[in-house]
Design a protein around this ligand. Structure first.
Ligand code: KQY
Length: 363
């Protein structure tokens, strides 16, 4: 594995859209007991279901710590590769490499990672093992790497259409805990150079209460060029209403990098999902403080799905909105099977299906 000092743009590499053909997917086996209730046992089952659904149409590699390697190997079906690799938690979207392609080979980007805000408003300390994963994964897949360790970015904070457009949120990328010394223009220039995009659409916010500082992958995702799904509520009393409405206004007046107007499909949210007393009781404390409080609203959204070669793997919350959400995604992805996963145990960790997966483009 070589470290490359130029940029993807200057070398003719670009980040492909998630629906472009994959070689596979990376995931990380959940373990830490202050993220995953009751020792992560139920979360592990949801991870296994997710990995199994994805592995029907692409290679899946699951990274597990030395402590959990044996459990992961036992729980994951045998056609899923399990490798020992240390991490601080299980969010492959955010610290596995972002891969870029030139059409015949791929390279990884290693962004800096500081647990969603470092010592300003990060979610845990330390995060060094997470931060080292992109490099290890580039080595594992024998792919060269652009080292952007100086620039803090998580994979969940960007979405691209593969045709020159990136969507992100100001709440996350301009947050005080990431790159406080860079202006919005400088941050946008990193995205242009590294993802090889010509247009960045800046939404203001994401999902209410999303502890990642409102990653875009929970509120809005491309489903094809010039078409997105947007997490939506019709309840004007819900604090989410204004956040989603502002995104809609921005998307309706924007064009993409090719000058096309953007079609927005509203993907209606479940009723607010809150964590129960019993679930909180199953979480270890962190620095003598609880990591969640009973009644706290979790950032549930159907937008947090993963597009595999043959499937769209989406979260279900046991809500009446589950089925309409499945139907909308099925209509938008007619050539893929939509696979729902009961995702409450992933949500309690603070993210969802998209957050625990990272695609590897075909090479
Ligand atoms: O949503 C994500 N991309 C990660 C959330 C991390 C939460 C840590 N508790």
């Amino acid at each position: 594995m070589k470290i490359i000092n130029s940029t993807p743009r200057s070398d003719g590499f670009r980040m492909p859209a998630e629906w472009e053909r994959h070689y596979g997917c990376v995931m990380i086996f959940p373990e830490r007991a202050d993220s995953w209730q009751y020792g992560a046992y139920a979360a592990r089952r949801a991870f296994v279901e997710t990995a199994s659904a994805i592995a029907e149409s692409e290679h899946v590699t699951v990274c597990a710590s030395a402590n959990q390697y044996e459990n992961a190997r036992r729980m994951m079906p045998s056609h899923i590769r399990v490798v020992e690799m240390s991490s601080n938690d299980a969010w492959a979207r955010d610290y596995a490499p972002t891969f870029v392609t030139n059409g015949s080979d791929i390279r990884g980007i290693n962004w800096g990672f500081n647990a969603w805000g470092g010592l300003v408003d990060g979610l845990y300390f330390p995060w060094d093992k997470d931060d080292a994963m992109a490099r290890k994964l580039c080595d594992l897949f024998d792919k060269d790497m652009y080292d952007l360790g100086r620039f803090i970015l998580e994979g969940g904070s960007i979405h691209v259409d593969g045709e020159g457009t990136c969507i992100t949120t100001e709440a996350c990328l301009l947050s005080a805990g990431r790159n406080p010394n860079l202006s919005k223009t400088e941050i946008e220039n990193y995205l242009r150079e590294c993802l090889n995009v010509n247009k960045v659409i800046w939404l203001k916010n994401g999902i209410f209460g999303d502890e990642t500082n409102e990653h875009v992958d929970n509120i809005c995702a491309f489903v094809k060029p010039a078409e997105v799904v947007l997490a939506w509520t019709d309840d004007t009393n819900d604090p989410q209403y204004e956040l989603s409405r502002s995104c809609l206004e921005i998307l309706e007046r924007e064009t993409d990098a090719q000058g096309r107007r953007i079609t927005v499909h509203k993907l209606r949210l479940p009723a607010p999902v809150t964590i129960t007393e019993d679930e909180c009781a199953g979480l270890d404390t962190m620095n003598f403080k609880p990591t969640r409080t009973p009644g706290e609203r979790l950032a549930a959204s159907y937008v947090n799905f993963y597009i595999a070669n043959g499937a769209v793997v989406m979260p279900f919350f046991g809500d009446p909105a589950d089925e309409p959400a499945r139907e909308l995604l099925a209509a938008l992805f007619p050539e893929r099977k939509v696979v729902p996963i009961a995702a409450r145990d992933i949500l309690i960790g603070g993210g969802n299906i998209h957050c625990i997966t990272q695609q590897i483009p075909m090479f």
